[in-house]
Design a protein around this ligand. Sequence first.
Ligand code: COA
Length: 335
Amino acid sequence: MFHSKIIGIGHFVPEKVVTNHDLEKLMDTSDEWIQERTGIKERRFYDPPEKGSTAIMAYKASLIALERAKLKAKDIDAIVFATLSPDYYFPGSGVLLQHMLEMDTKPAIDIRAQCSGFIYALSVADQFIKTGMYKRILVIGSETQNLALDLTTRGRGMGVLFGDGGGAAILEATDEEGKGILSTHLHSQGEFADVLCIREPGSNKIGKSVYENMHLNHDNIHPQMDGQLVFKNAIKRMPEVTMEALAANNLTTEDIDMFLPHQANLRISQMVQKFLRLPDEKVYNNIQKYGNTTAATLPILLSDLWEQGRIKEGQLFALAAFGSGFTWASTLIRF
Ligand code: COA
Protein backbone atom coordinates (compact mmCIF):
# COMPACT_ATOMS: atom_id res chain seq x y z
CA MET A 1 0.00 0.00 0.00
CA PHE A 2 1.17 3.54 -0.76
CA HIS A 3 1.62 6.35 1.77
CA SER A 4 1.19 10.10 1.21
CA LYS A 5 4.25 12.28 1.57
CA ILE A 6 4.07 16.08 1.65
CA ILE A 7 6.52 17.25 -1.02
CA GLY A 8 5.63 20.94 -1.24
CA ILE A 9 3.84 23.54 0.87
CA GLY A 10 2.98 27.14 0.11
CA HIS A 11 0.85 29.93 1.45
CA PHE A 12 -0.45 33.31 0.44
CA VAL A 13 -1.82 36.05 2.67
CA PRO A 14 -3.23 39.36 1.41
CA GLU A 15 -1.08 42.47 1.69
CA LYS A 16 -3.60 44.46 3.73
CA VAL A 17 -2.63 44.25 7.42
CA VAL A 18 -5.46 45.09 9.84
CA THR A 19 -4.16 45.76 13.34
CA ASN A 20 -6.18 45.74 16.53
CA HIS A 21 -5.81 49.52 16.53
CA ASP A 22 -7.47 49.63 13.09
CA LEU A 23 -10.41 47.70 14.56
CA GLU A 24 -10.64 50.14 17.48
CA LYS A 25 -11.69 52.75 14.89
CA LEU A 26 -14.59 50.56 13.72
CA MET A 27 -15.99 49.18 16.98
CA ASP A 28 -15.85 49.44 20.75
CA THR A 29 -12.84 47.22 21.39
CA SER A 30 -9.20 47.61 22.42
CA ASP A 31 -5.84 46.21 21.46
CA GLU A 32 -5.42 45.21 25.10
CA TRP A 33 -8.71 43.20 25.19
CA ILE A 34 -7.99 41.41 21.93
CA GLN A 35 -4.39 40.52 22.81
CA GLU A 36 -5.23 39.43 26.36
CA ARG A 37 -8.23 37.25 25.35
CA THR A 38 -6.97 35.87 22.03
CA GLY A 39 -3.26 36.64 21.48
CA ILE A 40 -4.07 38.27 18.12
CA LYS A 41 -2.17 41.46 17.18
CA GLU A 42 -3.11 41.74 13.52
CA ARG A 43 -4.71 39.85 10.66
CA ARG A 44 -4.83 40.14 6.87
CA PHE A 45 -7.96 41.15 4.94
CA TYR A 46 -8.39 40.46 1.26
CA ASP A 47 -9.42 43.72 -0.34
CA PRO A 48 -8.63 43.63 -4.04
CA PRO A 49 -10.52 44.78 -7.09
CA GLU A 50 -10.87 41.16 -8.27
CA LYS A 51 -13.80 38.91 -7.33
CA GLY A 52 -13.49 35.32 -6.16
CA SER A 53 -10.75 35.78 -3.62
CA THR A 54 -10.75 32.34 -1.95
CA ALA A 55 -9.78 30.56 -5.16
CA ILE A 56 -7.28 33.27 -6.10
CA MET A 57 -5.45 32.97 -2.77
CA ALA A 58 -5.48 29.18 -3.19
CA TYR A 59 -4.03 29.64 -6.68
CA LYS A 60 -1.20 31.84 -5.42
CA ALA A 61 -0.42 29.40 -2.59
CA SER A 62 -0.55 26.48 -5.07
CA LEU A 63 2.03 28.07 -7.38
CA ILE A 64 4.45 28.34 -4.45
CA ALA A 65 3.78 24.75 -3.34
CA LEU A 66 4.28 23.50 -6.91
CA GLU A 67 7.56 25.38 -7.24
CA ARG A 68 8.83 23.97 -3.95
CA ALA A 69 7.81 20.48 -5.07
CA LYS A 70 9.49 21.12 -8.45
CA LEU A 71 6.28 20.19 -10.25
CA LYS A 72 3.89 21.71 -12.76
CA ALA A 73 0.11 21.80 -12.32
CA LYS A 74 -0.24 19.19 -15.08
CA ASP A 75 1.60 16.71 -12.79
CA ILE A 76 -1.27 16.85 -10.26
CA ASP A 77 -4.03 14.24 -10.47
CA ALA A 78 -6.71 15.88 -8.31
CA ILE A 79 -7.56 18.80 -6.02
CA VAL A 80 -9.12 18.55 -2.57
CA PHE A 81 -10.21 22.03 -1.48
CA ALA A 82 -11.29 22.92 2.07
CA THR A 83 -13.07 26.21 2.72
CA LEU A 84 -16.06 27.65 4.56
CA SER A 85 -15.95 30.80 2.42
CA PRO A 86 -16.27 29.60 -1.18
CA ASP A 87 -16.28 32.09 -4.03
CA TYR A 88 -19.76 30.98 -5.12
CA TYR A 89 -22.73 29.48 -3.27
CA PHE A 90 -22.14 26.73 -5.82
CA PRO A 91 -20.01 25.38 -7.47
CA GLY A 92 -17.21 24.93 -4.97
CA SER A 93 -13.92 26.79 -5.23
CA GLY A 94 -12.08 23.59 -6.25
CA VAL A 95 -13.23 23.82 -9.86
CA LEU A 96 -12.24 27.50 -10.02
CA LEU A 97 -8.75 26.59 -8.91
CA GLN A 98 -8.66 23.66 -11.35
CA HIS A 99 -9.48 26.09 -14.16
CA MET A 100 -6.90 28.68 -13.03
CA LEU A 101 -4.21 26.01 -12.93
CA GLU A 102 -5.30 24.78 -16.39
CA MET A 103 -5.56 21.23 -15.14
CA ASP A 104 -7.42 19.84 -18.15
CA THR A 105 -10.41 17.92 -16.70
CA LYS A 106 -8.80 16.76 -13.45
CA PRO A 107 -11.26 16.29 -10.56
CA ALA A 108 -11.78 18.84 -7.79
CA ILE A 109 -13.45 17.90 -4.51
CA ASP A 110 -14.70 20.46 -2.00
CA ILE A 111 -14.64 19.83 1.73
CA ARG A 112 -16.81 21.64 4.24
CA ALA A 113 -15.42 20.95 7.69
CA GLN A 114 -14.57 24.53 8.69
CA CYS A 115 -11.52 24.82 11.02
CA SER A 116 -10.92 21.06 10.71
CA GLY A 117 -11.21 21.32 6.93
CA PHE A 118 -7.54 20.97 6.10
CA ILE A 119 -7.10 17.73 8.07
CA TYR A 120 -10.35 16.38 6.59
CA ALA A 121 -8.99 17.28 3.13
CA LEU A 122 -5.63 15.62 3.88
CA SER A 123 -7.51 12.54 5.01
CA VAL A 124 -9.58 12.34 1.80
CA ALA A 125 -6.47 12.85 -0.34
CA ASP A 126 -4.56 10.27 1.70
CA GLN A 127 -7.21 7.61 1.04
CA PHE A 128 -7.01 8.20 -2.73
CA ILE A 129 -3.23 7.86 -2.59
CA LYS A 130 -3.26 4.76 -0.37
CA THR A 131 -5.56 2.92 -2.76
CA GLY A 132 -3.38 3.87 -5.73
CA MET A 133 -6.15 5.81 -7.48
CA TYR A 134 -4.10 9.05 -7.62
CA LYS A 135 -0.36 9.69 -7.29
CA ARG A 136 -0.26 13.42 -6.58
CA ILE A 137 -2.96 15.54 -4.99
CA LEU A 138 -3.10 19.26 -4.31
CA VAL A 139 -4.70 19.87 -0.90
CA ILE A 140 -5.99 23.37 -0.16
CA GLY A 141 -7.25 25.35 2.82
CA SER A 142 -8.27 28.88 1.79
CA GLU A 143 -10.57 31.49 3.31
CA THR A 144 -11.91 34.98 2.69
CA GLN A 145 -13.72 35.75 5.90
CA ASN A 146 -13.62 39.52 6.25
CA LEU A 147 -16.63 40.06 3.98
CA ALA A 148 -18.91 38.05 6.28
CA LEU A 149 -17.74 39.69 9.51
CA ASP A 150 -19.83 42.34 11.24
CA LEU A 151 -17.08 44.84 12.03
CA THR A 152 -19.29 46.98 14.27
CA THR A 153 -19.58 46.75 18.06
CA ARG A 154 -22.53 44.37 17.63
CA GLY A 155 -20.28 41.83 15.90
CA ARG A 156 -17.09 42.42 17.90
CA GLY A 157 -17.19 39.00 19.60
CA MET A 158 -16.45 37.41 16.20
CA GLY A 159 -15.15 40.33 14.17
CA VAL A 160 -11.77 40.55 15.88
CA LEU A 161 -10.95 36.85 15.58
CA PHE A 162 -10.70 36.06 11.89
CA GLY A 163 -8.35 36.74 9.00
CA ASP A 164 -7.94 35.77 5.35
CA GLY A 165 -5.35 33.59 3.66
CA GLY A 166 -4.72 30.44 1.71
CA GLY A 167 -2.43 27.44 2.01
CA ALA A 168 -1.56 24.54 -0.27
CA ALA A 169 0.15 21.19 0.22
CA ILE A 170 1.13 18.65 -2.41
CA LEU A 171 0.85 14.99 -1.46
CA GLU A 172 2.72 12.36 -3.41
CA ALA A 173 2.54 8.58 -3.22
CA THR A 174 5.56 6.87 -1.68
CA ASP A 175 6.21 3.24 -0.77
CA GLU A 176 8.66 4.19 2.01
CA GLU A 177 7.34 2.64 5.24
CA GLY A 178 6.80 4.95 8.20
CA LYS A 179 7.01 8.12 6.09
CA GLY A 180 4.40 10.77 5.32
CA ILE A 181 0.89 10.81 6.77
CA LEU A 182 0.86 8.08 9.43
CA SER A 183 -2.87 8.40 10.11
CA THR A 184 -5.78 10.83 10.23
CA HIS A 185 -8.55 10.92 12.86
CA LEU A 186 -11.82 12.69 12.14
CA HIS A 187 -14.84 13.48 14.31
CA SER A 188 -18.01 15.53 14.15
CA GLN A 189 -20.92 16.34 16.45
CA GLY A 190 -23.71 18.05 14.55
CA GLU A 191 -25.82 18.69 17.64
CA PHE A 192 -23.58 21.76 18.04
CA ALA A 193 -24.07 23.05 14.48
CA ASP A 194 -25.88 26.18 15.68
CA VAL A 195 -23.23 27.06 18.25
CA LEU A 196 -20.86 28.39 15.60
CA CYS A 197 -22.33 29.13 12.18
CA ILE A 198 -23.42 31.49 9.45
CA ARG A 199 -27.05 30.60 8.72
CA GLU A 200 -27.57 32.42 5.42
CA PRO A 201 -27.67 31.83 2.56
CA GLY A 202 -29.18 28.49 3.58
CA SER A 203 -31.82 26.12 2.30
CA ASN A 204 -33.54 25.59 5.63
CA LYS A 205 -36.30 28.19 5.26
CA ILE A 206 -39.01 26.46 3.26
CA GLY A 207 -40.78 28.73 0.79
CA LYS A 208 -38.20 31.50 0.93
CA SER A 209 -35.57 32.13 -1.70
CA VAL A 210 -31.94 32.56 -0.79
CA TYR A 211 -32.27 36.18 -1.88
CA GLU A 212 -35.20 36.85 0.49
CA ASN A 213 -33.43 35.11 3.35
CA MET A 214 -30.43 37.35 3.02
CA HIS A 215 -32.54 40.44 3.33
CA LEU A 216 -34.96 39.21 5.99
CA ASN A 217 -32.30 37.83 8.31
CA HIS A 218 -29.56 40.41 8.41
CA ASP A 219 -28.13 38.98 11.65
CA ASN A 220 -27.84 35.54 10.13
CA ILE A 221 -25.49 36.52 7.35
CA HIS A 222 -22.81 37.21 9.94
CA PRO A 223 -21.13 34.44 11.94
CA GLN A 224 -22.73 33.59 15.28
CA MET A 225 -20.90 31.87 18.13
CA ASP A 226 -21.21 30.79 21.74
CA GLY A 227 -17.52 31.52 22.36
CA GLN A 228 -17.26 29.95 25.79
CA LEU A 229 -18.88 26.67 24.72
CA VAL A 230 -16.57 26.51 21.70
CA PHE A 231 -13.59 27.25 23.93
CA LYS A 232 -14.46 24.48 26.43
CA ASN A 233 -14.94 21.89 23.69
CA ALA A 234 -11.80 22.91 21.81
CA ILE A 235 -9.54 22.47 24.84
CA LYS A 236 -11.05 19.04 25.46
CA ARG A 237 -11.21 17.68 21.90
CA MET A 238 -7.83 18.79 20.54
CA PRO A 239 -5.73 16.96 23.18
CA GLU A 240 -8.11 13.98 23.03
CA VAL A 241 -7.82 13.55 19.26
CA THR A 242 -4.03 14.06 19.39
CA MET A 243 -3.76 11.26 21.98
CA GLU A 244 -5.98 9.11 19.73
CA ALA A 245 -3.52 9.57 16.85
CA LEU A 246 -0.52 8.81 19.05
CA ALA A 247 -2.15 5.66 20.47
CA ALA A 248 -3.06 4.44 16.97
CA ASN A 249 0.64 4.62 16.03
CA ASN A 250 2.10 3.34 19.30
CA LEU A 251 3.70 6.70 19.96
CA THR A 252 3.68 9.09 22.91
CA THR A 253 3.74 12.88 23.24
CA GLU A 254 7.51 12.60 23.75
CA ASP A 255 7.86 11.40 20.16
CA ILE A 256 6.39 14.64 18.79
CA ASP A 257 8.96 17.03 17.30
CA MET A 258 6.44 19.73 16.41
CA PHE A 259 2.81 20.25 17.39
CA LEU A 260 0.65 22.53 15.27
CA PRO A 261 -2.68 23.40 16.89
CA HIS A 262 -5.44 25.10 14.90
CA GLN A 263 -5.12 28.82 15.59
CA ALA A 264 -8.48 29.88 17.07
CA ASN A 265 -7.17 31.55 20.20
CA LEU A 266 -3.67 31.58 21.71
CA ARG A 267 -5.19 30.67 25.10
CA ILE A 268 -6.73 27.54 23.56
CA SER A 269 -3.36 26.57 22.03
CA GLN A 270 -1.58 27.13 25.34
CA MET A 271 -4.09 25.01 27.27
CA VAL A 272 -3.87 22.20 24.71
CA GLN A 273 -0.06 22.39 24.93
CA LYS A 274 -0.31 22.13 28.71
CA PHE A 275 -2.61 19.07 28.56
CA LEU A 276 -0.14 17.41 26.20
CA ARG A 277 2.82 18.48 28.37
CA LEU A 278 4.75 19.81 25.39
CA PRO A 279 7.62 22.28 25.81
CA ASP A 280 7.38 25.67 24.05
CA GLU A 281 9.96 24.77 21.39
CA LYS A 282 7.74 21.92 20.18
CA VAL A 283 4.66 24.07 19.55
CA TYR A 284 4.27 26.66 16.81
CA ASN A 285 1.67 29.44 16.86
CA ASN A 286 1.24 32.33 14.42
CA ILE A 287 -2.24 33.59 15.38
CA GLN A 288 -0.54 36.80 16.54
CA LYS A 289 -0.03 37.89 12.92
CA TYR A 290 -2.85 36.17 11.03
CA GLY A 291 -5.79 35.65 13.41
CA ASN A 292 -7.93 32.58 12.80
CA THR A 293 -7.77 31.70 9.10
CA THR A 294 -9.98 28.61 9.57
CA ALA A 295 -9.14 25.90 6.97
CA ALA A 296 -6.07 27.86 5.87
CA THR A 297 -4.53 27.87 9.35
CA LEU A 298 -2.67 24.57 9.30
CA PRO A 299 -1.14 24.85 5.80
CA ILE A 300 -0.08 28.43 6.63
CA LEU A 301 1.62 27.18 9.82
CA LEU A 302 3.36 24.42 7.84
CA SER A 303 4.43 26.80 5.10
CA ASP A 304 5.73 29.33 7.66
CA LEU A 305 7.91 26.59 9.19
CA TRP A 306 8.99 25.38 5.74
CA GLU A 307 10.20 28.92 4.96
CA GLN A 308 12.07 29.09 8.25
CA GLY A 309 13.81 25.79 7.43
CA ARG A 310 12.23 24.21 10.48
CA ILE A 311 10.83 21.07 8.83
CA LYS A 312 13.54 18.43 8.90
CA GLU A 313 13.66 14.96 7.38
CA GLY A 314 12.52 12.34 9.88
CA GLN A 315 10.68 14.74 12.20
CA LEU A 316 7.26 13.82 13.56
CA PHE A 317 4.61 16.55 13.27
CA ALA A 318 1.25 16.36 15.05
CA LEU A 319 -1.59 18.56 13.78
CA ALA A 320 -4.90 19.03 15.58
CA ALA A 321 -7.94 21.16 14.81
CA PHE A 322 -11.36 21.96 16.22
CA GLY A 323 -14.13 24.10 14.86
CA SER A 324 -17.64 24.70 13.64
CA GLY A 325 -19.82 21.64 13.24
CA PHE A 326 -18.52 20.77 15.72
CA THR A 327 -15.76 19.01 13.83
CA TRP A 328 -12.36 18.04 15.13
CA ALA A 329 -9.45 16.08 13.73
CA SER A 330 -5.78 15.19 14.02
CA THR A 331 -3.01 13.77 11.92
CA LEU A 332 0.56 12.60 12.45
CA ILE A 333 3.05 13.30 9.67
CA ARG A 334 6.59 11.90 9.50
CA PHE A 335 8.66 14.15 7.18
N1 COA B 1 -13.67 43.79 22.45
C1 COA B 1 -14.03 44.17 23.68
N2 COA B 1 -14.93 43.50 24.43
C2 COA B 1 -15.47 42.41 23.90
C3 COA B 1 -15.14 41.94 22.63
C4 COA B 1 -14.21 42.69 21.88
N3 COA B 1 -13.82 42.33 20.65
N4 COA B 1 -15.84 40.81 22.38
C5 COA B 1 -16.58 40.57 23.47
N5 COA B 1 -16.37 41.52 24.39
C6 COA B 1 -16.95 41.66 25.72
C7 COA B 1 -18.28 40.94 25.85
O1 COA B 1 -19.33 41.75 25.36
C8 COA B 1 -18.35 40.71 27.33
O2 COA B 1 -18.77 41.90 27.95
P1 COA B 1 -19.78 41.84 29.22
O3 COA B 1 -19.04 41.05 30.26
O4 COA B 1 -19.96 43.27 29.54
O5 COA B 1 -20.99 41.14 28.71
C9 COA B 1 -16.89 40.48 27.73
O6 COA B 1 -16.10 41.05 26.67
C10 COA B 1 -16.52 39.03 27.91
O7 COA B 1 -16.99 38.32 26.78
P2 COA B 1 -16.84 36.79 26.66
O8 COA B 1 -17.46 36.33 25.37
O9 COA B 1 -17.30 36.16 27.94
O10 COA B 1 -15.24 36.69 26.59
P3 COA B 1 -14.33 35.43 26.57
O11 COA B 1 -13.33 35.54 27.62
O12 COA B 1 -15.15 34.16 26.49
O13 COA B 1 -13.57 35.57 25.20
C11 COA B 1 -13.59 34.70 22.97
C12 COA B 1 -14.29 35.59 23.99
C13 COA B 1 -14.40 34.73 21.69
C14 COA B 1 -12.22 35.28 22.70
C15 COA B 1 -13.47 33.26 23.53
O14 COA B 1 -14.70 32.84 24.02
C16 COA B 1 -12.99 32.29 22.50
O15 COA B 1 -11.88 32.38 22.02
N6 COA B 1 -13.80 31.29 22.18
C17 COA B 1 -13.45 30.28 21.19
C18 COA B 1 -13.32 30.95 19.86
C19 COA B 1 -13.09 30.02 18.78
O16 COA B 1 -12.37 29.09 18.94
N7 COA B 1 -13.71 30.30 17.64
C20 COA B 1 -13.50 29.65 16.42
C21 COA B 1 -13.58 28.18 16.51
S1 COA B 1 -12.50 27.49 15.46
